[in-house]
Design a protein around this ligand. Sequence first.
Ligand code: EPZ
Length: 420
Amino acid sequence: MAKLLIEGGVPLVGRVPIGGSKNSALAVITAATLASSGTVILDNVAPVSDVRDMCAILTALGADVRWAGPTTLEIFAGGVNHPVAPYHLARKLRGSTYIVGALLARLGEADVAFPGGCQIGSRPIDFHIRGFQALGADVALERGSIRARARRLRGARFYVERASVGTTVNMMIAGSLAEGTTILENAAMEPEIVDLANFLNAMGARVRGAGTNLVRIDGVDRLSGVRHEIIPDRIEAGTYLMAGAITRGSVEVTRVIPEHFRTVLLKLEQAGAVIEETDDAVRLTMPGRPRAVDIETLPHPGFPTDLHPPVVAVLSLADGVSVVQETVFDNRFAYTHELARMGANVKVDRDAAIVRGVEQLTGAPVEAQDLRGGVALVLAGLAAAGETEVNGLEHVDRGYVGLAEKLQALGARVRRVDAA
Ligand code: EPZ
């Protein structure tokens, strides 16, 4: 069990390069299996553990997947011929749900374990299943797996409940090779959806409207390999800016697209941060104690749910009381119990965290329960007096590569200890 040892109290100062978006990479890597000819080359892929697991699933399906560089993936999917994803792998991550859409589109059948991923609520896949059925597939849930069949998917009009990101991704992937047109109403508008559409269209698909709540996909017969660069990870960017905020330092994130996390920047400014931006970098300086702010998480372009735990860590030291309402997931508050061990005063009241700012946090041994809750504990440790030990780092490794090194480069006194 890996852990991070942090000696808190050092204002972080410096510049940190941001990697490719995990959530875009998981969708694009899956969509690469649709290419029956040619090789897909993906640049700016962050080798986080979820991405590595997804590559292993593709290999098991018959694709040739290799790292052609530290962040460059080469995928030849011409040989994809096996409709069963390894159960132990598919159940590890949420993104494996996309494999069902890709296999249905490519092979007409799929057998994929019910997905796993962070325990941040029930996270059903009923919208995905209804989507596959709308496209003409027979879907059964048997022995912990999703088993789906369709001679050829047929385009359909489909309403995406709750503007689900995963459902939108799945329907874009499956619809790309369906017969006829698929119309997605109430589609998710995240930047990762736009990145996927750009990739699909470069492969020969016909996806229009991505980034709006109405997406039209005209199915084609085949797709072929193409080179594509994954967009920067807006959640990683926000995380490092918040590391600068919580330690009252000055941190610049580079290789980012500020527009992708505009709401986050506005909220950090409301909390007292000074933000300076260029077209591919953002610097945050926190001159003093943060001010309390109220935040509601929403589908894009609202405040992203994935930065709810990190921003609560920042606000736990604010001057005043903040309310952070979580409207996307039904329970991603597990981290608040661990924050309390460090002296934070956070009360969960139904779907909201009431954060009464304290003067100081104190270091303690704490346990990461999920990816974003885990990184929130790291942020708290960076500001806390004394030593914090964040256990369960494998949760954090799912979404962050080189976290300790990047924090050390900003001046943090942090050391990673892997299992003995
Ligand atoms: C994606 O999860 C991301 N994961 C999440 O990031 C992100 O928090 C989320 O989108 C929202 O932006 C990946 O891209 C791999 P949803 P997803 O479908 O697709 C409910 C991270 O930390 N729902 O938009 O699972 C669901 O329970 C992760 O990087 C159903 O009820 O999110 C949630 O309450 C965490 N039935 C709401 O919809 C379904 O069939 C929105 O979920 C599907 C979803």
